[in-house]
Design a protein around this ligand. Structure first.
Ligand code: CTP
Ligand code: MG
Length: 185
């Protein structure tokens, strides 16, 4: 079980980093330029900014590249849990599609949240926690199908779906405490 959790976090790390990085570094001009949709509600809202998207993507990409670079040194320490062949099986495409997909998933969720009448920052359980997982997987599935299928077994997918909301709530609570998030979700 612990082996699956370690591998799940390792595989998801570039996507996991993207969201809190966007929250820490975001701000400024909103992606929707402040415009409303046909329903007279904001297209995305002030919580989705260009800087957040770019900074979050870059942080995720940097972490993914670091993982690729460090994998050969880290693999021996994790050998008891994860076979080294798995950790060192890298994809330069996934390093890009995991974080970028995560933030696109977050944007798509905000679009639908606004359509449903939820204000920026309003809680939408599960959608708030799994939006970026869905986005990361979708983009990676499309652009590096072979890597996705080789790494995301059904067991890993289930572990990710279970641990992500827990990790997300924990990081958001920290973000709330240090004053980077207005609400703890
Ligand atoms: N953020 C950003 N740009 C992004 C994504 C996030 O600037 N592309 C920042 C915003 O400051 C946002 C914070 O990260 O408020 C937290 O992100 P999230 O919880 O996804 O946004 P919410 O403010 O909750 O907005 P929404 O209701 O649309 O999810
Ligand atoms: Mg939110």
């Amino acid at each position: 079980m612990i082996d699956l959790i370690i591998l799940a976090i390792w595989l998801m790390l570039p996507a996991y980093i993207a969201n809190p990085s966007a929250a820490l570094l975001g701000g400024g001009r909103p992606i929707d330029m402040g415009k409303n949709f046909t329903d007279n509600k904001r297209i995305l809202g002030d919580g989705k900014t260009i800087r957040g998207f770019i900074a979050g993507s870059l942080c995720g990409i940097i972490v993914g590249l670091l993982q690729i670079w460090l994998a050969p040194s880290i693999a021996p320490y994790l050998a008891a849990y994860v076979s080294s062949g798995t950790l060192t099986q890298v994809s330069y495409i996934a390093v890009f599609t995991m974080p970028v997909g995560a933030l696109i998933g977050d944007i798509v969720k905000s679009f639908f949240k606004r359509r449903l009448g939820f204000e920026r920052g309003a809680m939408l359980p599960l959608a708030d926690q799994l939006d970026f997982v869905a986005g990361a997987w979708a983009l990676t599935f499309i652009f590096d199908h072979a890597w996705f299928m080789a790494n995301f077994s059904l067991a890993i997918i289930i572990v990710v779906i279970v641990i992500t909301p827990i990790l997300h709530v924990a990081t958001n609570f920290i973000g709330f405490k240090i004053g980077k998030k207005n609400v703890p979700w």
